[in-house]
Design a protein around this ligand. Sequence first.
Ligand code: NAD
Length: 418
Amino acid sequence: MKIYDHPTFDMACQQFDEVADYLQIPVSERDRIKYPKRAMTVALPIHRDDGRTEVFFGYRVQHHLALGPTKGGLRYHPDVNLGEVAALAMWMSWKCALTGLPYGGAKGGITCDPRSLSMTELERLTRRYTQEMIPFIGPQVDVMAPDVGTNEQTMAWMMDTYSVHVGSTVSSIVTGKPVGIGGSVGRREATGRGVGYLVNRAMDTVKLDAAKATAVVQGYGNVGSIAALSLAKNGVKIIAISDVNGGVYNRNGLDLWALDRHVAENRTVVGFPGAEPISNEDLLVTECDILVPAAMERQITANNARKIKCRILAEAANGPTTPEADKILTERPEIFIIPDILCNSGGVIVSYFEWVQDLQSFFWTETEVVDKLFRILETSFGQVLALSRKQKIPMRLAALILGVRRVQEAKKLRGLFP
Ligand code: NAD
């Protein structure tokens, strides 16, 4: 599939092929499950603040439509392209199926550096993208959410643009909105909080005492910052944390509340007093009990997989480990992996809750949201662990098998039209 040519798409395909071999999915069925149903590329001309007109490019990939509307984030990053978005959409399909949500996977993005755009430019770009996507989205068609470089404000602009087009407020068109306009309490924290919950379950499994454990977190955005906080609340000492500019390390533990104030003032963890600087490369191989990649894909590679020194690898980011690194990690059974499609599923689970609340115009308390989130995570973690132990296969393969098999079954039950 030349149009999706990209290392991250190759990686997602390799993972799928491994599962298809394991499940002995007939060759004639494979392409239908593997390749995205729809892919859109749009040109987005906007006025820059200095009066120039600049054209950006936006993408949306809807992976499969067999279980309900498609669901997935919207990413603003300089490296965004169709292949990356297609891989992320494929992973969303397996994630939604694994956790039992009535969705197919999707992902979108705009190739841009959001840090170099003003708020007004970001608003114009977001509204233009939404406008171009109107024929392809809808609460029963495709529902977006925040991802890298986007946030609640982005979702508010999208919802407003769509609602103006329809002529009435349609809050269920996106999730991850501000609570004041139909967002769900607990959505902002959901992904990181879910990571915290699953790491706790992994610590029980490998018999690691939280009070004696240390953690290293790559990425200090929505997911990384909340995951770090959730772990710290459980007694884990966070010894290193980073963002795109670099990292900070203190073997006695970082004061996360002080770090948060530092980031609010400086927009980076770099320069945080009371900690030593550390590069992102060194951070990933720092000795710790829990390693949490919470930034971008393909961070753990054949080059550093042997050097990683942790007991639990909690993949908060999507696709942080390459298949080559995965092979190396399989030969290191001392490392317990919580694979990405399970580890960061808290985000889409609470997005689903937000969509349900919007559709019924009846809102839940934070206790209800968190309780329902943890129940789904508990079931999913239990299913993945049980399959992994029963079949003596890695946690990633077990998680992917559960996801892919459910999509395969749905397609089989619905049949092929005409
Ligand atoms: P974000 O934009 O809020 O934060 C990303 C963080 O990563 C920032 O601190 C950024 O500086 C850092 N970063 C970017 N490139 C980096 C690099 N090369 N090295 C080190 N740090 C780098 O994004 P987010 O929403 O926290 O998403 C992080 C990851 O989690 C992504 O893989 C995303 O797909 C995944 N994810 C997010 C959600 C969600 O609800 N937001 C849900 C599921 C999965």
